[in-house]
Design a binder for this molecule. Structure first.
Ligand code: AMP
Ligand code: MG
Length: 356
């Protein structure tokens, strides 16, 4: 299949944007697939109400079909058509954080096919903040099922070129535009329980939600790689965000972390295996390895979040066999944004953490 790549700039004439979005929307309405930017990561969109579109999404990504998709809407009226009930706490979260990087899990109505929800009677819904994403959803008929626009198992795409690397030739269209300023996927919170449960941490943190609606739980599988408890959502059982090289997270006092990583890097490099490091700006000068990425200052979690997936893809391109990363939150127990970054990093590392 030939993939049409369409560039849209914020400075384009409104008629030109409308024309391109009409074409993109019509592809979705006819059952095709279009990748589009959002504020979190690029999404791979299909008609959420069309079972055939869901099947195509799974095929294009090479993703198991029991891994449910997030349905993207652009307004609250459309939300009411696809969910049975909007609990008061969800109303409050929506008032505060929608449109934005928050996904909520509700009981679904019959309008949403089981193909979209991986067989579940619940549906995950998000209203994106990104202006182009929001417009696109409207042109596409209002309900766009969209997982991240990467091949299954690869890091989520934060640039159009990542989408092209993974999906060129597999989908109908890629919208190339600015986006993904956040750089990691939305927070997912299940609001069907009395006490809402975070299934995936993100930019909207546990602390932010708790201040608004009281207690919010964190699913045990979020940080515990070998939890005996079965995952609550099918998607949670899959390894995600993985680079090709072996990734290890190193935790401890900064000097000890640098000393350990340098020792390992020297051993690997001596054996002819290229080694990469994800370092805070504060430690950058201390490392010796083939590839050293600057994750920004320790005190700014936003910057590492925005760049993490780009780093993982760059390591792949640079044939890095071993990757070592510093930790980006002082304690896994904090209720801030560091949780989301550490969750992605630990998943990419298959939960390999070394304490020094
Ligand atoms: P992605 O689309 O790649 O950002 O991943 C979507 C993730 O959302 C899935 O892997 C699931 O973990 C989660 N999800 C989607 N729908 C549901 C649902 N109905 N219940 C629980 N989790 C869901
Ligand atoms: Mg994904």
């Amino acid at each position: 299949m030939e993939t049409k790549i369409v560039a849209i700039e914020g400075t384009d004439a409104p008629e030109s944007i409308r024309e391109k979005l009409t074409e993109a929307g019509n592809i979705i309405k006819r059952g095709g697939l279009v990748a589009f930017p959002t504020e979190t990561v690029y999404g791979l969109g299909g008609d959420a109400l069309n079972p055939e579109s869901a099947r195509k999404i799974y095929a294009a990504k090479g993703r198991p079909s029991d891994n449910p998709l997030i349905v993207h809407v652009s307004n609250m009226d459309d939300l009411r058509k696809i969910v049975k009930d909007i609990p008061p706490k969800a109303e409050e979260l929506a008032r505060m954080y929608w449109p934005g990087p928050l996904t909520m899990v509700f009981e679904k109505t019959d309008l949403v096919p089981h193909e979209t929800t991986g067989g579940l009677d619940t549906v995950a819904v998000r209203m994106p903040l990104h202006a182009l994403a929001n417009l696109f959803i409207g042109f596409a008929g209002g309900f766009v099922a969209a997982p991240s626009a990467n091949l299954s198992g690869r890091p989520s795409p934060t640039l159009a070129k990542h989408v092209i690397q993974d999906l060129d030739g597999r989908i109908d269209m890629i919208i190339d535009s600015r986006g993904a300023d956040i750089g990691i996927e939305s927070t997912i919170v299940d609001v069907t329980h009395k006490i809402p449960v975070i299934l995936r941490p993100g930019n909207i943190t546990q602390g932010m939600m708790a201040r608004l609606i009281g207690d919010v739980d964190m699913d045990v599988t979020v940080f515990d790689g070998d939890s005996a408890q079965a995952p609550r959502a099918p998607g949670m059982k899959y390894r995600h965000y993985a680079p090709k090289g072996e990734l290890v997270v190193v935790e401890g006092a900064p000097e000890k972390v640098a000393a350990y990583i340098n020792k390992q890097a020297a051993l690997h490099e001596a054996a002819g295996e290229r080694t990469g490091v994800i370092s805070t700006e504060e430690q950058l000068q201390k490392y010796k390895a083939s590839s050293i990425k600057n994750a920004g200052s320790r005190v700014d979690t936003m910057i590492i979040a925005k760049q993490l997936y780009t780093f993982l893809r760059e390591f792949d391109d640079e044939n890095i066999a071993h990757i070592y990363s510093e930790c980006f939150s002082n304690s896994f127990g904090d209720k801030g944004y560091g949780q989301a970054v550490m969750n992605r990093l630990l998943k990419a590392a298959g939960h390999k953490v070394i304490k020094v």
